[in-house]
Design a protein around this ligand. Structure first.
Ligand code: GCU
Length: 645
């Protein structure tokens, strides 16, 4: 293996400058095996000298006491030491030194121990082999085609995948599911006759300590195995999965496991056979157990064929209603993968009650790095503050796994919007340590990506990004109500777009008020799925946090929020403010062009500028549609007399 080098692709947070400090030092690596070899190659690539013995500036060694993936870092008498709990820990410790740069080689450093909070820090790709006529190749992908497949086949050159693996390892990620959870006909074959492609991708990830997982179709025994059923309790079906899985491990011994979306949005699942989701998940867990694999079984199960006239069906309730009765019935290597909110990656949702309540089940919390509902990588929307809030809520951070839908494609900047790289980086870092401060993560990312730039750029990036999620929230759907987007592609405003569709009803606005009554007293009863004190807090009109008010309550436009503003005035104020904040962002970025810092390459500057134009156009469209909609419904004028079209 050699360090992947790409010429036409942006280096993201690992430009050559990030290795400068190591490049002028002597390093000794006291460990063997493939990951230690990766570290040696990294040092050599950086131009650093590798010594076997003799004086060294940096010593990388192993020390079991640091535990799985962990490491200790210290500096004494002019020598920086990294002690990895295992070879992966050594690699993570090495990248810690990269992050520190020169500071890693200055002064004395008392021993610091680092251990990941999450055992599995995982990205799910929603990549297909084929190009879907509507979705494109990557479902909800905003960064071009797949980095794995092109023209219906595995890409012959996987250098880019190796470069991706390297970026991921540098922020602590250790697992990747390579294909879409909606497993279509072609992609189903990755499990069997196209397994060689999975093996090749796994080989590209392996040098960076990343295991490959595969999304599989629950009906595989039928579509691939020629059986007449996929019933999880059927002996032939179980044998088929056991044998197929054995084959997978014979080909890829460190294979991670399966990801399954079952009985969801048209995917097949155990319901067809009158079985439970525990039956389905456990069947796969049984097949994987002999090899140490896991199944990530998704809890995203709801009725997408609702009748909007029926006010008792509440999509928010669905995951809990389906899964809570199964708590304690999943095998140890069956991990229930739950979206962070009860809905679907909206810019603001409460934490899913499934995460808070299923104490007897191993859980993975799922986030969306790809910005499906947060600006589709055309808008600056730094998501670390949102994730940090989610992870800081009750015991969410105690989930064993943190998973996110990747935002990467074959785009020159990896993520479409160059600044969206920060979301990918931040996801890895928060999965490692959920207590990290989002602003500090942004500094790390900035220092690496822009080669430790001066204050002007750092300040500009903070001013543009720290609050960008809240800015996005301000100019889009108000007070937690969600889903006022154009159905299908989910970009831009469409207040009633979903209101009368089978996918669920989300705001119930009329001339008097707006919001969804999810109380126990008069609504769908969703608040009752929460443990105390949250079930009471959300139930109470007075105590429910403003930002979630319309998620839990239907209120008159004149209802006074905790902030002191009325709901209708809040809608106007936030929408004017949100669009203005985007205009400011755009000015800040514009000014950067004149500062002559030389740290933002001209192409990056131009791409971001172009996207900020679109963000401003879209934010103004949101502002005007939302304000006009609610003004027309309510007839209440803006207290400040601003123009509402
Ligand atoms: C969202 C998204 C779909 C995706 C689904 C999922 O609904 O729009 O494209 O398949 O989530 O998470 O399975």
């Amino acid at each position: 293996m050699s360090i992947p080098e790409l010429t036409d692709v942006h280096p993201a947070w690992l430009p050559p400058e990030a290795f400068r400090a190591i490049g002028s030092r002597r390093t000794v690596v006291r460990a063997d095996g493939p990951l230690a070899e990766t570290v040696r190659q990294e040092v050599a690539q950086a131009g650093g000298s590798l010594t076997d013995a003799g004086p060294a500036d940096l010593v990388l060694t192993l020390s079991e006491a640091e535990g799985e993936d962990g490491y200790a870092i210290s500096r004494r008498d002019g020598v920086t030491t990294v002690a990895g709990g295992d070879p992966a820990g050594l690699l993570y410790g090495f990248f810690h030194v990269v992050r520190l740069g020169e500071a890693a080689f200055e002064g004395e450093r008392p021993v610091e121990h680092h251990r990941p909070a999450m055992r599995r820090r995982m990205l799910d790709h929603w990549d297909n082999i084929d190009v879907h006529p509507v979705m494109g190749q990557v479902e909800r992908g905003y960064a071009g085609g797949s980095i794995f497949w092109a023209d219906g086949a595995l890409r012959p050159d996987l250098t880019r995948v190796r470069a991706y693996a390297r970026l991921l390892a540098a922020c602590g990620i250790n697992a990747v599911a390579i294909n879409n959870v909606n497993v279509h006909a072609t992609e189903a074959h990755l499990l069997t006759d196209r397994l060689g492609e999975v093996a090749a991708i796994a080989a590209a990830f392996r040098p960076y300590g990343i295991r490959v997982h595969l999304s599989v179709n629950f009906a595989s025994p039928i579509v691939l195995g020629g059986l007449s059923t996929a019933d999880p309790l059927d002996a032939d079906v179980r044998r088929w999965w056991a044998e197929t899985t054995e084959q997978v491990y014979a080909t890829i011994p460190d294979f991670g496991g399966y990801v399954v979306k079952a009985d969801s949005e048209g995917q097949p699942g155990p319901f067809a056979y009158g079985r439970t989701h525990a039956d389905g998940a456990n069947m796969l867990a049984d097949a994987l157990a002999p090899f140490g694999g896991v199944v990530h079984w998704r809890a995203f199960v709801y009725n997408h064929r609702q009748d909007w006239r029926d006010r008792s069906t509440d999509r928010a309730r669905a995951a809990y209603d389906h899964f809570a009765p199964l708590d304690g019935r999943f095998l140890d290597n069956a991990i229930l993968q739950v979206k962070h909110g009860p809905m679907d990656f909206q810019p603001r949702e409460p934490v899913s009650p499934v995460i808070l309540q299923m104490q007897g089940t191993r859980l993975a919390v799922e986030l969306q790095v790809t910005q499906e509902y947060t600006g589709q990588q055309r808008h600056v929307c730094y998501l670390a503050p949102m994730w940090s809030e989610v992870l800081g809520f009750e015991d969410v951070a105690e989930a064993g796994d943190l998973v996110a839908v990747s935002n990467v494609g074959d785009d020159r900047y990896w993520t479409g919007h160059p600044l969206a790289q920060a979301n990918l980086y931040a996801f890895g870092r928060l999965a490692w340590d959920p207590a990290l401060d989002p602003a500090a993560i942004l500094d790390e990312w900035t220092d690496l990506t822009f080669a430790r730039p001066g204050e002007p750029l750092r300040r500009t990036l903070h001013a543009m990004m720290d609050g960008s999620w809240r800015t996005y929230e301000r100019y889009t759907a108000p007070l937690g109500v969600g889903f006022m987007v154009r159905p299908g592609h989910h970009y831009g405003p469409d207040v009633d777009g979903y209101e009368y569709t089978p996918w669920g009803t989300y705001h119930f606005a009329d001339r008097d008020g707006v919001g969804v009554d999810r109380t126990r007293a008069t609504g769908t009863g969703f608040t009752g799925q929460y443990p105390e004190p949250w079930s009471d807090i959300y139930e109470s009109l007075e105590r429910c946090p403003d930002e979630l008010l319309l998620f839990f309550h239907h209120v008159p436009y004149g209802h006074v929020l905790q902030s002191g503003s009325t709901v209708i005035q809040h809608i106007y104020d936030t929408h004017f403010a949100g669009a203005e904040e985007v205009a400011e962002m755009r000015l800040l970025w514009e000014k950067l062009a004149g500062t002559g810092t030389g740290t933002v390459a001209a192409d990056v500057h131009a791409r971001v500028r172009e996207l900020l134009d679109e963000q401003l156009r879209c934010a103004e469209e949101w502002r005007d549609q939302i304000n006009a909609y609610f003004f027309r419904k309510s007839g209440v004028p803006d207290a400040h007399g601003r123009h509402i079209p």
